[in-house]
Design a protein around this ligand. Structure first.
Ligand SMILES: [Zn+2]
Length: 251
């Protein structure tokens, strides 16, 4: 059915894009995306202070690179401010991911300040930003309030089989750790190149070659946003299944 076909696709989201990263694999992915006309979303950490990430090779003229992606119609997302986790969620975060957080648990003022500093760096480097995803998927209600107060109301995270709107924020669901296509639904990947081996890249390359027609861009994903009751029920079920799965697999 046409209806199902329109609501099936995968958005490619890359996490942890910063001056220090696995540039060798990033360059390979960029070539792959050019060959298959894929427009990913890249989550950029504007002021990376994360020690694990700082151990990767440094790229001079990083912001020129980001601008070149922007000119190819890739979407640049805000991935936090410095990627430093200074709070523990104890699974009280909005999506119940648990783990540590850069945003969760901070006052509204502090979260607004972080976001403003972040956006200032993007502006200074002439990068347009309109969407956000938090380091380690961890948000609280203040995070959403803070995002709206700085003019950001699109988030790539959360559960569901179709983008939806909640509390005046548009969410594109992010379900699985590995790139995976479901027979139905629109969702996003999360890809951490820095943890990849060459074999992981080869698997990803094969996945893209096989499924390139089902890879969608950011605009398309958002255009399928649907808040009707059928999708609300599906999104609710997906959320609970994934939370249960996570509890039992302890991942
Ligand atoms: Zn991250």
């Amino acid at each position: 059915m046409n209806f199902f076909k329109k609501d099936t696709g995968l958005l490619i989201r890359f996490d942890d894009i910063a001056e220090n990263m696995n540039w060798d694999l990033m360059d390979k992915c960029e070539k792959l995306f050019s060959d298959y006309n894929i427009k990913p979303v890249v989550g950029v950490i504007p002021n990376n202070k994360d020690k694990d990430l700082l151990s990767f090779p440094y790229r001079k003229n990083f912001w020129d690179k980001v601008r070149s992606w922007q000119s190819k119609n890739w979407v640049i997302a805000i991935h936090g401010y410095n990627h430093l986790y200074d709070n523990v969620t104890n699974k009280k975060d909005f999506f119940k991911h648990g783990g540590n957080s850069e945003f969760f648990g901070h006052s509204l003022e502090k979260q607004v300040t972080k976001l403003k500093k972040s956006i200032e760096i993007f502006n200074k480097n002439r990068i347009k930003v309109r969407c956000f995803f938090a380091p380690n998927h961890t948000y609280d209600k203040n995070t959403f309030q803070a995002l709206k107060s700085v003019g950001i109301n699109e988030v790539i995270d959360g559960y569901g089989l179709i983008p939806y709107e909640y509390a005046n924020i548009k969410f594109i669901p992010q379900l699985f750790y590995k790139p995976m296509l479901l027979p139905f639904g629109i969702q996003s990947t999360q890809i951490h190149l820095n943890t990849w081996s060459m074999k992981d890249f080869k698997n990803f390359e094969n996945f893209i070659i096989k499924n390139s027609k089902k890879i969608i861009n950011y605009e398309y994903a958002l255009s399928r946003l649907n808040n009707n009751i059928f999708y609300k029920i599906l999104n609710y079920l997906t959320k609970n299944l994934l939370i249960i799965k996570r509890i039992y697999s302890k991942s």
